[in-house]
Design a protein around this ligand. Structure first.
Ligand code: 2E4
Ligand code: SF4
Length: 313
């Protein structure tokens, strides 16, 4: 059998969110204003193309602050940092620009505020992810990570009267709801979140996949393997019964995936640039796609201001 693609259907919305736009802009403006090199702690966003592009422009990506020379300009990635990292960066005297997404910072601020009121926390998130390390690292103790429903039973809290839940911003909306329900069953007094920590962009991209996946024979997600939100999109489509693959770019597409497939759904994680989506469409055209259609969907207009010192004018 050979590829039988007829149509590509694009999820709406897909690709860059406001936090990613801002983070990349911060590195680009720092490069323009202060010149290369600009040091960035961790991949600014989890995307190979974005990171390679910024490397070519003079950004140096590091994990350990000991690898940054004295007096350098340092940018924190969109995923945020712990208080310990923030403190060390200050002590080392770097000139710092914070590209933490404002929606991640909002979670950090909430943790600090409730901690002052005597709260202990349960954080729903993926162990080892930099956002989880950053949010958990807002406190030196009293924040417990749960990755799934089973973990909820093992949480050891000091008290149950003042307990709050926070989450990673890029979780599966459905998994998070299930874990939260388990938390509420075990800790009925847990403080209700005023607003979900899962962000608007994560919610909108998952909602779009929920609409699109049942209508297509296969779904392609543009995103890098380290990108949590992109992985969640692929996983969601598979759960809905649609074969799904995540690709870093057009060269990852395998013609055999498309054998017997007519409708190809296409989306992109919040850290995946549009140029890659365009290149994937070109590759799908070369494999036989004759038309490209957009799903109707939510139009995102949210924008975040740049830090002082990097604004134009
Ligand atoms: C910060 C917060 O968190 P994830 O692995 O999905 O990050 P990625 O860099 O892929 O996406 C941008 C981002 C950054 C999302 N939320
Ligand atoms: Fe911010 Fe959400 Fe984008 Fe993450 S996915 S950078 S939390 S807007």
């Amino acid at each position: 059998m050979s590829p039988s693609i007829e149509e590509v259907v694009l999820a709406e919305p897909r690709g860059f969110c406001a936090g990613v736009d801002r983070a990349i802009e911060i590195v680009e403006r720092a490069l323009a204003k202060f010149g290369a090199p600009i040091y960035v702690r961790h991949e600014i966003v989890h995307n190979t193309y974005v990171v390679d592009d910024l490397k070519a422009k003079g950004a140096i990506f590091i994990e350990d602050l000991a690898d940054v020379p004295p007096g350098a300009t340092l940018v924190f990635s969109a995923h945020g940092v712990s208080q310990a990292v923030r403190r060390e960066a200050k002590e080392r005297g770097f000139s710092i620009f914070d590209a933490t997404c404002p929606l991640v910072t909002k979670v950090h601020v909430e943790v600090a505020k409730l901690h002052r009121e005597g709260y202990e926390f349960i954080m729903i998130g993926h162990k080892g992810h930099p956002e989880v390390e950053g949010t958990m690292g807002q406190l030196s103790e009293g924040i417990h990570l749960v990755e799934d429903v089973a973990d909820v039973a093992d949480v050891q809290v000091r008290q149950t009267e003042k307990l709050a839940v926070v989450t990673q911003t890029t979780l599966s909306v459905d998994d998070a709801a299930e874990i939260l329900a388990a938390v509420k069953r075990r800790f009925p007094l847990v403080r209700e979140q005023k607003q979900q920590d899962i962000c608007y962009a994560t919610q909108n991209r998952q909602d779009a996949v929920k609409l699109l996946a049942p209508k297509v024979d296969i779904l392609i997600v543009v995103g890098s393997p380290t990108s949590s939100n992109s992985n969640r999109l692929r996983e969601l489509a598979e759960r809905l019964g649609t074969e799904a693959y995540m690709v870093d770019g057009p060269s990852d597409l395998k013609p055999q995936w498309f054998e017997g497939k007519r409708q190809v759904g296409l989306t992109a994680g919040a850290s995946a640039p549009n140029i890659l989506v365009e290149q994937v469409i070109e590759r799908l055209r070369a494999l036989g796609a004759v038309s490209v259609r957009h799903m109707p969907g939510v139009v995102e207009t949210i924008e975040f201001p740049l830090p002082k010192g990097l604004k134009l004018g």
